[in-house]
Design a protein around this ligand. Sequence first.
Ligand code: 0O2
Length: 221
Amino acid sequence: TDPIRRALLKDDIMRFLMSYRFGIEEMMTKVNILKDEFHYIHAYNPIEHVSSRLKSPEGILKKAVRKGVPLTTEDIRAQIFDIAGIRVTCSFVSDIYTVRDMITGQSDVTVLEVRDYIKNPKPNGYQSLHIIVSVPVFLSDRTEHVTVEIQIRTIAMDFWASLEHKIYYKYDGAVPQTLLDELKDAADTATRLDHKMERLHAQVATLSVTQAATRDESSLD
Ligand code: 0O2
């Protein structure tokens, strides 16, 4: 009976993950529509890049055990929010909040929680805006409300987080203190770069407005 039980268990996991996969598709469509609309209609796009990932069954189990979540689908659904994940990268910090407003303003998106690790970075230096939302997925016989975690960050924050993630896994969580200090220092450098880029971006925007006004005035002459 073992192979049959294993097959049944696998079937349960596939069903469980299916709704999260659909949740990702719903959210990816929403973000990609915004990205494409900006591409076609506006001169500037606040969305640089979008990606998604579905947490693996092992990853879900590991997180449930780490957080003391009982291993039932109901408890996992209610307490683990990043099974379905979307990551949006932006050029500038202000774009992050513009993208947040565009997503959370949609009538079928319910915001469950916001974790602003930009205003309150993690002690290791991690920065990102996390929005946990619920989106409806319309199935043949019911509507499921799926939880999706959206991480919105700048290119610099993303660069830092991907390296930190690699280092963390390489050392299996036991990263030497000198490396942790260097990572914190790198996070501070990334923050300074983000602030500088934001200032330059604002200056260029002001310059463009002034030039357009001057052009308009001279065309009236
Ligand atoms: P993966 O591989 O991306 O799936 P808690 O355990 O309560 O502190 P929780 O519930 O994990 O926090 O939520 P949180 O803090 O919003 O983190 C969820 C995800 O954010 C993580 O998923 C990472 O993707 C990212 N993240 C959070 N903190 C860090 C960090 O310090 N460094 C990096 N590189 N990423 C971070 P997973 O499951 O950890 O990883």
